[in-house]
Design a protein. Structure first.
Length: 276
């Protein structure tokens, strides 16, 4: 007696030329059908769900329940202002400010009272983010680290910028910060890691096989996760890129939600997190 007839597998892609950079045809056939859209974000405070979504960061954040997220780590894109096209004309500086204002308001809403945000940025917009965060958040510190691949370089041959900022802000002044983890470091390391100049961390990704993105080196993310979250905490990156924050969340046992508008970047993030 013949069993049920198996449904034939029809791959979405068969031509290698169709593959996205960094993705094989096999990868595309595996991850593309699993892409989740913005309208699939349906969560409540009692029913949260990990996931990567093809969604605008502002709209994605707006679909998350109030007071549910422990930690937000992100590097906001400059592209809404810089990338020009007929469909999406470049934003003015005022429009870019207002766009940032929207996602930060949503971030404040979804954070738990003990939650924190770490906003990674270059020097060019650092002052703007200080002003924006001051509207709602309690700013705890501006962390500076040595980023040899900082994008905000002057056009003229003058002083090269090798520093980037991380704004550490909280929803209230009663926030999660694991001082035991900090105090467990060796004395020399503790002195270095307790101050806001992380000189021991350098973005050295040129010519290496580091799987973390430029601007989000592993040691920066590891330090943030270590002191400002615990296992099973909820972490969000509204501008996920290639998924470095999600990779660190998986490595450290945190639960992750990420949003990305670029499908190619999303697919790469899905692959990288899956293979971690």
């Amino acid at each position: 007696m013949n069993g049920p007839k198996k449904e034939a597998f029809n791959p979405l892609f068969t031509n290698p030329l169709e593959a996205v950079s960094g993705m094989t045809v096999s990868d595309l056939n595996r991850y593309l059908p699993a892409v989740r859209q913005e309208n699939e974000i349906k969560m409540t405070r009692n029913q949260m769900e990990e996931g990567l979504f093809l969604a605008d960061g502002v709209k994605g954040l707006a679909r998350l329940p109030d007071n549910t997220i422990d930690l937000i780590v992100t590097n906001p894109p400059e592209s809404p202002w810089q990338d020009a096209s007929e469909k999406n004309p470049p934003l003015t500086l005022q429009e870019y400010y207002q766009w940032n204002e929207k996602w930060l308001e949503q971030s404040f809403r979804i954070l738990k009272p003990t939650g924190s945000i770490y906003l990674i940025c270059g020097w060019r917009y650092s002052g703007m983010y200080h002003a924006l965060l001051s509207n709602n958040f309690n700013i705890q510190s501006r962390i500076t680290w040595r980023n040899n691949q900082a994008k905000d370089q002057p056009r003229l041959v003058i002083w090269r910028n090798v520093l980037s900022d991380i704004w550490f802000a909280t929803k209230t002044n009663e926030f999660m910060f694991d001082q035991k983890k900090v105090s467990s470091f060796k004395e020399a390391e503790q002195k270095q890691q307790l101050n806001n100049f992380w000189a021991d961390i350098i973005d050295i990704q040129i010519g290496t096989k580091n799987q973390f993105e430029r601007g989000k080196p592993e040691e920066v993310l590891k330090r943030i996760f270590t002191v400002s979250s615990f296992k099973l905490n909820w972490v969000v990156d509204p501008f996920m890129g290639r998924g470095s924050v999600g990779i660190m969340a998986k490595k450290t046992g945190r639960r992750f939600i990420g949003f990305e508008t670029d499908q190619d970047q999303l697919l790469m993030a899905m692959k990288r997190i899956d293979q971690t």
